[in-house]
Every structure is written in C-alpha cells, then in structure tokens.
Design a protein around this ligand. Structure first.
Ligand SMILES: C[S@@+](CC[C@H](N)C(=O)[O-])C[C@H]1O[C@@H](n2cnc3c(N)ncnc32)[C@H](O)[C@@H]1O
Length: 243
C-alpha cells in the first residue's frame, strides 16, 4: 500500500490466547507474537495519513492479563497513545445487568466484561469529532451555562457496546472473535472525516468494512482465512443490495 494513503485503521488482531479459528493458529510464543505485531504496526504507520487514526482493539485473558499492556508499551516507539477507550460489553448498575459476556468459571477470577480500544496516532494532536458520538446532557442547565446551541456532550472514554443476543454460533458466522458493528461505526464517527479510506488488516467477517460502507467510507480488508474473506464478501454484497 502507498505511503500516507489511509485515514482510519480499525482492527482487532488475533489475541494470542489459543482461540480456535478455522485456519489461523492463535498461539505463538509471546516474544514472537509481539515482534510480529510490532512489524505490522510499523507498516500501518507508514500508510497512515499524518492526521489518521488507528483504533486497535485487543483484550487479555485471566491467565494472561498483561498481554495488551505489553503490546501497547511496545507500540510506544511507533505511535502516540492519544486515547484509551474501554469497550464495556456488559455492566451491572445496581441490581440491573446489561449486555453479554463469556462467563469465567473460577474461584479466582472475575468475568471479563471489557476489552481495550487503543486510539493511536502519529502526532497525538489529531482533531476528532467528539460530538459525532456525543450524548445529551443529563443536567440540561449545562447547555446555557456552556453557551451551547446544542444538547450534546462528549461521551468520554468508556463505551458500552453490547453484542446482539444470539442463540447459535452461526449468527456470528461461526467466527470466534467478531466485534459488534457499532464499535467500528463509533470509531469512524469519532475520527469524523468525510469519505474516509478505512483499512482492517485482520478483518475476519468484514465488520469494519460493513461499518465503513454504512458510514460513507471506502474500505480495504484482509484476512488469512479464505472462508472468512468469503463471509465478508457476502455480508458486503447483501448490505450493498439492501441499502
Ligand atoms: C479477532 S479476529 C477479527 C474479527 C473481526 N473484527 C470481525 O468482526 O469479524 C482476527 C482475524 O485475524 C485473522 N488473521 C490471523 N493472522 C492473519 C494474517 N497474518 N493476515 C491476515 N489475517 C490474519 C484471523 O483469521 C481472524 O479472522
């Protein structure tokens, strides 16, 4: 890919947790895994425009909670960590619970209800459109006090994005690690450029490409697994036909 040609990268690489994909073996040695992703990130930086955003979604596991942090410290020599977003998949407020998570059966560990979205940029001064993903003020007196003509504020860096309720794995295309489409949509809205060029180098079932399609962008996706590429193509074709 050409230098400085991409507006937004959104990706969720394999997490190196031994997840069962149909082609990819998700279990490298830790040093090998980090070297591999670091090399890819140098290439990502090369093809990013100077005001591009790179949203990197990753999580650890109960047995390897350090991994996302090891990675982000490594990436310090390549990018500025402009924002660190917590993706909350499930939350309990008082006695009410919202969203879904994979239960952890353990006397030591809590269920893991969140993942990380690291927002990496080349300079740390990339302008975002925070109100594109904004929320209305709870206390409406803030609108006048802040001399706003609109009822919106920045939603902050904790994003509750639940998965749809599914009954069968086939509803998630038998892929073990998809993210909900709202996740790349919110990243694209936050970056906020019109008609962005979007890339997901680990696209799986093509969720990022679909989000780019709905948000008016042009997207390029890659996956090592031909079956996932086929699913991504089918999802996109269906979206184009029904738009
Ligand atoms: C966490 S999944 C991404 C899922 C995606 N976000 C979605 O919603 O469907 C990671 C993907 O990386 C792919 N992958 C692993 N190694 C790769 C490589 N060297 N090049 C491209 N894709 C690779 C796997 O096949 C897997 O589909």
């Amino acid at each position: 890919m050409k230098d400085r040609s991409v507006d937004v990268f959104i990706t969720s690489p394999p997490y190196n947790l031994g997840i069962i994909y149909s082609a990819y073996q998700d279990k490298k040695g830790e040093a090998e895994y980090l070297d591999w992703l670091e090399k890819i990130c140098f290439e990502i930086k090369r093809v990013m425009k100077d005001d591009a955003s790179f949203f990197l979604n990753i999580a650890g596991s109960s047995s390897n909670p350090w991994l996302p942090f090891e990675l982000i410290v490594r990436l310090r020599k390549i990018f500025i960590l402009q924002n660190h977003i917590e993706w909350v998949k499930s939350i309990s407020i008082g006695k009410e619970s919202y969203g879904h998570f994979k239960p952890v059966v353990s006397k030591r560990f809590l269920h893991r209800n969140h993942e990380y979205i690291f927002h990496l940029t080349k300079t740390g001064i990339v302008q975002l459109n925070r109100l594109n993903v904004g929320v209305p003020y709870k206390d409406k007196s803030n609108i006048a006090r802040r001399s706003h003509t609109y009822d919106l504020r920045c939603r902050g860096d904790v994003w509750f994005i639940p998965y749809d309720t599914i009954r069968k794995k086939s509803e998630k295309f038998n892929h073990p690690g998809t993210f909900p489409i709202a996740l790349p949509q919110m990243c694209l809205r936050l970056h906020g450029r019109k008609n962005p060029v979007v890339v997901d180098p680990f696209m799986g079932t093509g969720t990022t490409l679909l989000a780019a399609h709905y948000e008016g962008g042009r997207a390029i996706g890659m996956d090592i697994d031909k079956n996932y590429v086929k699913i991504a193509k089918e999802r996109l074709e269906k979206a184009v036909l029904t738009k």
